[in-house]
Each structure stands twice: as structure tokens, then as C-alpha cells.
Design a protein around this ligand. Structure first.
Ligand code: NAP
Length: 321
């Protein structure tokens, strides 16, 4: 028999947006149910040092912050379930979401906070050496390259953060960027340029990962101004070129932009389906910060609460007529 679980507020995804939505929904007496996914906590789980989440004067670790959010959400009454939503049906209410486990989650409102995942370069050799030199997470894999030479691709905060982290472990870090300036915050850039272990190669694209049966041994890089291709020695490659929203299961079910981000109304987390809300990196390609995701999670819970209150008052006035 199919296991069915009903909730007033179903939260899909367990990053800062999801947990904040859960805290607010629970405190509004809505008994939210959160389906966490198999890797709960989102991108902060692979972020070593967090220095810009307000409330903490000293550096904190991403996984610790997520554990605190989880404990806080559960303490105020959120039920969390480890399952992965495989499909959704938003055609009628109650909404339906089916987990990998076979459980069907029905809900009066849904808050989508599935976040985003690392973007890859998309070259065949990258795939071939994934896990044997190629990674998208220095905090997870950096240790394997102790006293070795590594490459980082990208020019944003992630790339600079990865390069700085790797410089503490590796003998040399080469940051390869396709333009002649970084988009990372100035404070991060200053740290990068001051670090004698880090070299930056500008106007350059990574063409191919080279290696043998022991793993990666180097890469072919192309100067985008001159077209010149050269080889560079390295045992590791960390790709840090942004993120793609985790929205595959919502394709065709909700309005999205060309890059797959869920579209929400202005100053709101409301999607095009009344009662379905989206918060955090799944809808935000501009700010993408833990604190902005948390803010959107709060908005989504308040909006879900108002939506449910409106449904109730409509039902009551219909019954009174
Ligand atoms: P991002 O800011 O979008 O930067 C992506 C970088 O990768 C850009 O420099 C981009 O180049 C480059 N790039 C994109 N596609 C590429 C391709 N196919 N080949 C080569 N290079 C490519 O992404 P992010 O660094 O992951 O940061 C995402 C968000 O998270 C940002 O808002 C960032 O501030 C935030 N974040 C914050 C922290 C922190 O505060 N501690 C840490 C990490 C991330 P162009 O510059 O030429 O476009």
C-alpha cells in the first residue's frame, strides 16, 4: 500500500532557504514537513569558512551552521524526512510530490528550496577524470593534493575561495580565468593576489584534461586572445564556474527562465501556481548568498501562511452563505 503523508506546508530541500522557511512555518503552527534530499544542508555543507553570515563575529564552518539550522527547525516543530522527491503534480490541490522511497507527500502549500549545484565545463576529458583529478569541491577533495600542483578554473568568489583554501595544502595553485579581471569580491581578490603560492593566468580557457591510468597529470590551456595552446602540469583541477539550479523535476510544471531558475512574482516567492512558493538559489541567480536564501525562506513561509489563512476564510464565508 502507498504510504501517504499530508502536511499544510511541504518544504522540498534543506539549505538555508528551506530551514528558515521551516522555522517560520513551524512557529506559525503550520507543522511543516521537510523532505531533505540525500545530501541535506545544501552548498554550505561544502563551504569551510563562513565569515559573512550575520551574528557570528568569529569564522564559522558551513556544516556547523547547517546543523544549527536543522536543530532549530526541529526544535520548533519541523518534521524532517530523508527522501528525494522524484516527481511533482501541481495540477490540483492538495499538491502531490512522490519520493524515491515511494512515499506520496500531499500538501496544501509547497515551498521549493532545492538550491543549485556546481556547473561543469562540459568537456569530455573533464568527465573522464572526474574523481581522478577533477573536482568541484576543494574542501572535500583538496586533501588528496597535498604538496601537489593544482588548477582552479573560474573568476568568481567560489574560484577565489577554492584557490585560497588549496594554497594551504598544495605546493602551487594556478587560477585560470577566461577574462582579464575577476568578479570575486575585492577583499577576496586582495587575499588571492597577496598569496605567493597562487598564480593567475588571464584570458585563458581550459581545453583538455590530460592524464594516464594514474589520474590527471596536466591540462591543455588556450589563450583566448592569441589562440595559443600550451600544456600545464597539474595533478588536480577544481572547477568553480558557477551553479545550475536544481529544477529538473519542476520542468513543465512551473514557469522558469531560460537557465532553469524558477520565476517568482516581484517582491514575492510566489510561483505561477497559487500555493507553490520558491526560495533561495533555485530562484535567485543574482545574490546567491546564504543570508539572502534565508531571507527568501522567511518570505515563503509568511506567504504560505497568508495563502492558507485566505483559503480558510474563503471556505468559512462560503459555508456561511
Ligand atoms: P559566479 O559568481 O557566477 O562566477 C562564475 C565564474 O566562472 C565567473 O568568473 C565566470 O566568468 C566563470 N565561468 C562561467 N562559466 C564558465 C565557463 N564555461 N568557462 C570558464 N569560466 C566560466 O559563481 P560563483 O563564484 O560560484 O559564485 C556564485 C555566488 O555565490 C556569487 O553570488 C558569490 O558571491 C557567492 N559566493 C559567495 C561566497 C562567500 O561570500 N564566501 C563564496 C562562494 C560563492 P566571467 O567572470 O567571465 O563571467
Amino acid at each position: 500500500m502507498t504510504d501517504t503523508k499530508h502536511s499544510k506546508v511541504l518544504i522540498i530541500g534543506s539549505g538555508p532557504a528551506g530551514y528558515t522557511a521551516a522555522i517560520y512555518a513551524a512557529r506559525a503552527n503550520l507543522s511543516p514537513l521537510m523532505v531533505t534530499g540525500y545530501e541535506p544542508g545544501g552548498q554550505l555543507m561544502i563551504t569551510s569558512d563562513v565569515e559573512n553570515y550575520p551574528g557570528f563575529a568569529e569564522k564559522i564552518e558551513g556544516p556547523w551552521l547547517m546543523e544549527q539550522m536543522k536543530l532549530q527547525a526541529e526544535k520548533v516543530g519541523t518534521k524532517t524526512i530523508s527522501d528525494m522527491i522524484a516527481s511533482v503534480d501541481f495540477k490540483s490541490r492538495p499538491f502531490k510530490a512522490t519520493g524515491d522511497s515511494g512515499t506520496v507527500y500531499t500538501a496544501d502549500t509547497v515551498i521549493i528550496s532545492t538550491g543549485a549545484k556546481a556547473r561543469w565545463l562540459g568537456i569530455p576529458s573533464e568527465e573522464k577524470f572526474r574523481g581522478r583529478g577533477v573536482s568541484a569541491c576543494a574542501t572535500c577533495d583538496g586533501f588528496f593534493y597535498k604538496n601537489k600542483e593544482v588548477l582552479v578554473v573560474g573568476g568568481g568568489n567560489s574560484a577565489v575561495e577554492e584557490a585560497l583554501f588549496l594554497a594551504n595544502i598544495c605546493s602551487k595553485v594556478t587560477l585560470i580565468h577566461r577574462r582579464d579581471s575577476l568578479r570575486a569580491e575585492k577583499i577576496m581578490q586582495d587575499r588571492l593576489f597577496k598569496n605567493s603560492k597562487i598564480q593567475v593566468i588571464w584570458d585563458t580557457a581550459l581545453e583538455e584534461v590530460i592524464g594516464d591510468n594514474t589520474g590527471m597529470t596536466g591540462a591543455k590551456i588556450k589563450n583566448l586572445k592569441t589562440g595559443a595552446i600550451t600544456e600545464i602540469k597539474a595533478h588536480g583541477l577544481f572547477v568553480a564556474i558557477g551553479h545550475v539550479p536544481a529544477t529538473d523535476i519542476f520542468k513543465g510544471k512551473l514557469d522558469m527562465d531560460a537557465n532553469g531558475y524558477i520565476i517568482t512574482a516581484a517582491d514575492s516567492t510566489a510561483t505561477n501556481i497559487p500555493g507553490v512558493f520558491a526560495a533561495g538559489d533555485v530562484t535567485d541567480h543574482t545574490y546567491r548568498q546564504a543570508v539572502t536564501a534565508a531571507g527568501m525562506g522567511c518570505m515563503a513561509a509568511l506567504e504560505a501562511d497568508r495563502f492558507l489563512a485566505k483559503q480558510d476564510s474563503t471556505r468559512q464565508s462560503e459555508a456561511a452563505e
